[in-house]
Write a protein that binds this ligand. Structure first.
Ligand code: UD1
Length: 425
């Protein structure tokens, strides 16, 4: 088992670049299934989740090559595909569920293991299932698998999502592009990663109107063609470095993403007293004095992203004054709060609210990160703690960040990986 060893220190300074977004690259890889032939994706992050998705596509019959040096993934999709995503892979990565829509429409059947419990809440699949049912699939659960059957193909339909789920919007969109007739998705999610997916689908020959809005109109076509596509810059990784700069009161330039994709987050930080210089492909963040605590409420895009909520907790734990952080998307996403308390933060959780009173400095301790963002946020907390903090959860961080600790060291942080023997007691 690996953990991070983080020495509390001074401000971070320098420049860091992000590559393509994990949450887009995985879906674009799934979307490749829709076109026979070779799809090429560039700026793909070199992370464990991409390797898991590559393995899943291989088991479906695709040839997949990933060159981490250039960030290029090529996917050769055969005309005959397998249609089963095993529990082993879905358990390793919940985003495996995004092959459900493409497989149903390409093969007339898909069986995808149900992911089961998740460290950040129950995360149902009802909206995915309902959407495909509306398109004419017979969807049922069979021995731990979600099975969608549509032997005669899918037929476009009006679909109104109860909640703008990112995953359900993507699955319905990917199924609808090859369905017969017109699908209207109301209350669609409109995250930049969905815009990226829809943009690639249009370049493949799909007909989609309303991209980036909450109503998408999709007119099905009979076939799509493979394309080459660059993955949109990772706004969540960028947000991670922006918070790192702010809470160490540093001076960091973050490149490789569109600052408009973090508009709400950047406005919050400006309210808190952080200085943000927005540029074409990134931002410069400076924080000359202790920032003020700010209330944060997570919401679907363009609201404050839930994936940056753990960083907001660390920020408010160190800011001047009190603030409330409200989590509206995932019911069990306050694990970071209890670990922050181990670092001396003044934080109380009540349901989906966390109330924080900022402290000037935290105090190092061993902590455990339970998911990608929680573990990353605790490392950043360790940078603002006196002493040496150890953070378990390296495997989570490696699922989402291509070079997390190396990037931090590049900004002057003292962060290392160390191995610890399992079962010490
Ligand atoms: C995606 C992102 C994740 C991000 C989340 C919200 C990927 C790989 N992951 O996850 O990083 O935190 O969007 O921005 O892209 N829900 C249901 N039934 C469903 C689907 C969702 O109840 O059928 C609920 C979930 O339990 C959750 C909420 O809707 O409470 C949001 O989920 P969703 O937007 O679907 O997130 P994911 O696509 O799983």
């Amino acid at each position: 088992m690996d953990r991070f060893r983080v020495s509390g220190g001074g401000p971070l300074a320098g420049e860091v670049a992000v590559v393509g977004a994990k949450n887009s690259a995985l879906k674009l890889m799934a979307a490749a299934l829709l076109a026979v032939g070779r799809t090429t994706l560039t700026k793909v992050p070199d992370i464990v989740d991409v390797a898991v998705m590559a393995e899943l596509l291989r088991r479906l019959g695709c040839g997949v090559e990933h060159d981490p040096a250039t960030g290029t993934v090529t996917i050769d999709v055969p005309s005959e595909l397998g249609h089963r995503a095993d529990y082993e892979l879905v358990r390793a990565m919940r985003a495996s569920i995004s092959v459900l829509g493409p497989l149903t429409v390409r093969c007339g059947i898909a069986d995808v293991a149900i992911p089961g419990g998740d460290a950040i809440g129950s995360r149902g699949l009802d909206l995915h299932a309902d959407g495909l049912t509306r398109l004419g699939a017979n969807v049922h659960v069979d021995h731990g698998y979600l099975v969608a059957q549509a032997p005669n193909g899918l037929v476009g339909a009006p679909i109104s999502l109860d909640f703008p789920s990112v995953g359900a919007t993507e699955n319905v969109l990917m199924a609808a592009v090859l369905a017969r007739g017109t699908t209207v998705i109301e209350n669609a999610a409109r995250e930049p990663e969905i815009v990226d997916l829809a943009t690639m689908l249009v370049r493949m020959g799909a007909e989609i109107e309303g991209i980036g809005s909450s109503t998408m109109v999709i007119t099905g076509v009979t076939a799509l063609a493979p394309v080459e596509h660059e993955v949109v810059g990772d706004r969540i990784a960028a947000g991670t470095w922006i918070f790192a700069a702010a809470l160490t009161r540093g001076d960091v330039t973050v490149r490789g993403f569109d600052p408009r994709h973090l508009g709400f987050v950047l406005d919050k930080l400006v309210d808190a007293g952080v200085v943000i210089d927005r540029q074409d492909d990134g931002v410069r963040v400076t924080c000359p004095r202790r920032p003020r605590a700010v209330d944060v409420m997570t919401l679907p895009y363009p609201g404050f992203p839930t994936d940056l909520q753990p960083f907001a907790l660390v920020f408010d734990a160190l800011a001047e004054g009190s603030a409330m952080v409200t989590e509206n998307l995932f019911e069990a996403r306050f694990h970071t709060a209890s670990e922050l308390a181990r670092l001396g933060a003044d934080v109380r959780v009540d349901g989906h609210h966390a109330l924080l009173r900022g402290r000037e400095r935290l105090s190092a301790a061993p902590v455990v990160g339970s998911d990608i963002r929680a573990a990353a946020a605790l490392v950043l907390a360790g940078l603002a703690a006196d002493g040496v903090t150890t953070v378990e959860g390296v495997k989570h961080v490696d699922r989402g960040y291509p070079s997390f600790d190396a990037d931090l060291r590049g900004l002057g942080a003292d962060v290392r990986r160390e191995s610890v023997a399992d079962g010490a007691f």
